[in-house]
Every structure is written in structure tokens, then in C-alpha cells.
Design a protein around this ligand. Sequence first.
Ligand SMILES: [Zn+2]
Length: 265
Amino acid sequence: MFLFKKNKDNGKNFILKLWHNFSFACSKIFKSKEHKMGGYYLIFGVIFVVSLIVQNKLKAKFAFYSQLHLQNGMSGKEIAEKMLYDNGIRNVQVISVPGQLTDHYNPVDKTVNLSEEVYMQRNAAAAAVAAHECGHAVQHQVGYAALKLRSSLVPLVNVSSKLLNIILIAGFLVMASSGNKTLLAVAVVLFGITTLFTFITLPVEYDASNRALAWLEKSGTVTKQEQEGAKDALKWAARTYVVAALGSLAQFLYFASMLNGGRRN
Ligand SMILES: [Zn+2]
């Protein structure tokens, strides 16, 4: 997000130039004539592999810290309720939702939703997730700016992601048949909104984890070892958001370069 802070157009051109040079360099490695596309496919491949590694690492970390049973014997639900209470939050409910990795905070009905495992289990992994979701509740309570911005973008992102695929396909068809890029430009703008959203998500997620870990440490609810485990688990969870944001940015630049490339040629 900071990349677009100063001047939108300059920022975009700068990134595109950087991207172009980088992809050209990558293509040299692969001796591809289609230097631009070769570079993009290399980047997509790298991001794909990195995302697989991060996902696997995350799974392994959570499996490992699920075996680290809390000495206080508290469940995820109890951890969440204590963190909310300690933060003076009395109007947020902790509830259980079906499925895995379904944990989230809902600001609309003020509920901390924990997946069944996290809700019931009494280990460092469950404590980490429960406290992280409460971190979002605390953000909501204190009016944390990035959360506000993210929440305000949700309706727009929902609409643009629904329209995106169809406009993108139509945009390519129109460009191929008539050379007109207007519709493709609309698709790129919509994609830009979803990319921006993935980057605004980053400070929100990191901040929620920081609040969770600070509380776990300060309140003395868990042992030092359990707290270190929660920190490690949350670190890998946050990295999945970083990879998702980078993947979205790569795709955005790929589509944007199609607009840019046409004008130049
Ligand atoms: Zn979160």
C-alpha cells in the first residue's frame, strides 16, 4: 500500500518499469524471446512454490503446537473470553463455528467465531488463534484505522471480485477482436482494488497477532514456552497473508502490463 502513497501514476509506472526490467532479466535466464511473459510465468511459479511451502509449514507448526497442552488447562473459548474481559470488552460473544480455519471476528454482530477445534482444545495453537481473533475485537473497540479502512472496502471488494472474471474475459475478447482496451482497463482497476485490499489486510493481521501476543505475555495466562509457541504459529499464519498479497500484486501487474505494452508497441 505504501507504494501507492505519494503519487499514484508515478508509483505505478515505477513499479511497471521495475517489473519489466526484472522480468526481462528473468527471461535471459530462460532464453525466452517472449521476455515479458517468461518473466511473469517465472514469478507466478515462484510465488506458487513459496505459497505451498508456507502452507505446509503453517500446517506443521499448528500440528506441533496442538501437542503443547496449556498448563492452565484453559480452552480456546476460555482464553478468548479472558482476553476480551481483560481488555474491558463486555459486548462481544465467543461462539463456535463448524469447519477448519473458519476462525474470524465478525464486527457486524460482534462475535469472535472460533472453529470447533480451537473453541474446545486446550493447547498453544488454540490459544494463539483464539487470542488473535480477540485482537481483531480489540482493534474494533479502539477504532484501529487499518481495520476501519479494511471494513469500509469489504462491500466494494465483494462487488468487484464478483464482476472481475466476467469483465476480464470480456475485456480480453474485445481487445483481441477490436484492439479496444477500455473494458480490460476496467478489469485492471477492479483487480487493483482487490490487490489493495490484500495489502491493507497485512497491517490488520500483524497488529491483531501483536495484540494477542502482548496480552498473552502481560496477563501471564500462559507459560513462556506456550507463549513462544503461539508466537511462532502466528508468525507463519501471517506469512500466508504476505504470500497472498504478493500473488495478487503479481497478477495485477501482469494484467496492467498488457494495457501498458499495447500502447508502447
Ligand atoms: Zn486475523
